[in-house]
Design a protein around this ligand. Structure first.
Ligand SMILES: N[C@@H](CCC(=O)N[C@@H](CS)C(=O)NCC(=O)O)C(=O)O
Length: 200
């Protein structure tokens, strides 16, 4: 059995729901109450000592961190496609996972937390990280349909949510044609599911 501990409106939780849906895996969700800070409760800290969602429980296996969860699901259920077998492609996927945890988290994610949820941040620093990230993504996606190799991988899933949530981060996507086409390509994948606030 697969159980996902999540916040409904978290992009990091969405990327796990999206991966599970693309893999046609049955799962149940548990909505952690951010309002009552349930993620910092002793019960939840036993699952993730960092007190953050998402956490995935698959039978006896407990995994924290959305990137780690995607790697686990891609390797376990992805038939060598979602998590590439070649060492060089796998390394490229890991590089994009690192980008999701760094540039995406410190750019588009922070801008959305600020504009959608009112968190105080250093807006100009987040905008600078976002501008460089978007330029790099645009260049990469001008060269091929997917971030790594010739089909969608865990790399695309890891990067996708906070880019598609651009309207809530007050990011202008119009100037990035290759990123827009990639968003449409992602949304056409069989089993795709979105979340409120995403660009269509
Ligand atoms: N690197 C982590 C980041 C997780 C994260 O930032 N989770 C947020 C929701 S998207 C959270 O749980 N925030 C509540 C808190 O930190 O108390 C991942 O990718 O899963």
């Amino acid at each position: 059995m697969i159980k996902l501990y999540q916040f409904q409106l978290s992009g990091n939780s969405h990327k796990v729901r999206l991966m599970l849906s693309l893999l046609s895996l049955p799962f149940e969700t548990y909505d952690v109450s951010g309002a009552s800070r349930e993620q910092k409760s002793p019960e939840f800290l036993a699952l993730n000592p960092f007190g953050q969602v998402p956490v995935l429980v698959h039978d006896e296996v407990v995994i924290r961190d959305s990137q780690a969860i995607l790697a686990y699901l891609g390797k376990t259920f992805g038939n060598g496609i979602w998590w590439p077998e070649s060492a060089s492609e796998m390394a490229q996927v890991v590089a994009w996972l690192s980008t999701a945890a760094n540039e995406v988290a410190h750019g588009p994610n922070l801008l959305r937390l600020h504009h959608r949820f009112g968190r105080e941040i250093n807006v100009s620093a987040a905008e600078a990280v976002t501008a460089q990230l978007m330029q790099t993504l645009e260049q990469q996606l001008s060269k091929g349909d997917w971030l790594v190799g010739s089909s969608a991988t865990v790399a695309d899933i890891a990067i996708y949510p906070y880019i598609a949530l651009a309207p809530e981060a007050q990011m202008d996507l119009l100037q990035y044609p290759a990123i827009n086409t990639w968003i449409a390509r992602m949304q056409a994948l069989p089993g795709y599911i979105g979340m409120p606030g995403m660009a269509a």
